[in-house]
Each structure stands twice: as structure tokens, then as C-alpha cells.
Design a protein around this ligand. Sequence first.
Ligand code: HEC
Length: 116
Amino acid sequence: MKKKIGMLWATALALVAGMGTANAQVKVPENITALMNKYTCSACHRVDARLVGPAYTDVAKKKYTNDKIVELIYKPVPEHWPGYPPMAPMTQVPKEDALTLAKYINSLAPKDAAKK
Ligand code: HEC
């Protein structure tokens, strides 16, 4: 898939960002990166690559509502992700922040999949 474009993005972002984010391939808003780091999400998730947990772009494909994602952050359902270890419930994340993360994850849903 669009390898060259991805490379260009990576290069451009590495130059623009220049702050060593773990997600240099994808433009992640600063406040989101901050939350992911604060609540250690980034230890297990990358935006567009499988790590311990699924890529957020893959989570977005499940088309959960934002509220459903918040619920899943608090009470993961490992059966949704066969082949992955279960995620620990992240109940320490305040609702507001969980919702911010949920909205961001959903914003990654592929736009071109909207074809009818
Ligand atoms: C210790 C590793 C780990 C951490 C930390 C972690 N996750 Fe996960 N996450 C996983 C794994 C593994 C899965 C897939 C298995 C599962 O859902 O239980 C997952 C699944 C998910 C899903 C998909 C849920 C579903 O049912 O489809 C979302 C959304 C998610 N994580 C968000 C987050 C957010 C946001 C944070 C930070 C607040 C976070 N995760 C922190 C490992 C982690």
C-alpha cells in the first residue's frame, strides 16, 4: 500500500515534528500523544502498527461509537482481538480523557471505506 507516500510523510513529519514521537509515520496531535503517554497506552499501542495491542487504525475499522470505545478502555473485551493478550482495564483514565482518545481513534477510520 502507498509505500512512497508513507515514506514522504515519515520524512516530512520527522522534520516538522523533530521531537521524537513514537508515531512519526502518522501525524498525531500533541495533546493525544501526551494522553497516550500519560496513561501508558503508547506502551502497547501504535497508531498504525500492531504492537502488544492492535493499531488504532484497526480499532477504528470496527466502527465503535466513541462511547463504546470509552467503555472498552474501562472494560476490555479480549474476544474482540483473537491472537492478542488481554488488555488490562484502564479505569484510572478520567472519562473526559478517555473520550478524547476515543474520538481520536475513530478519526482514524478509513475515509475511502465510505463507498457504498
Ligand atoms: C499493557 C498493554 C496495553 C495498554 C497499556 C493499553 N492497551 Fe489497549 N489493548 C491492548 C491489547 C492487547 C488489546 C487487544 C485485546 C483486548 O482488547 O483485550 C487492546 C485493545 C484496545 C482497544 C480495542 C478494544 C476492542 O474491544 O476492540 C482500544 C480502543 C484500546 N486498546 C485503547 C487503549 C487506550 C486508549 C489505552 C490507554 C488508556 C490502552 N488501550 C492501553 C493492550 C494495551
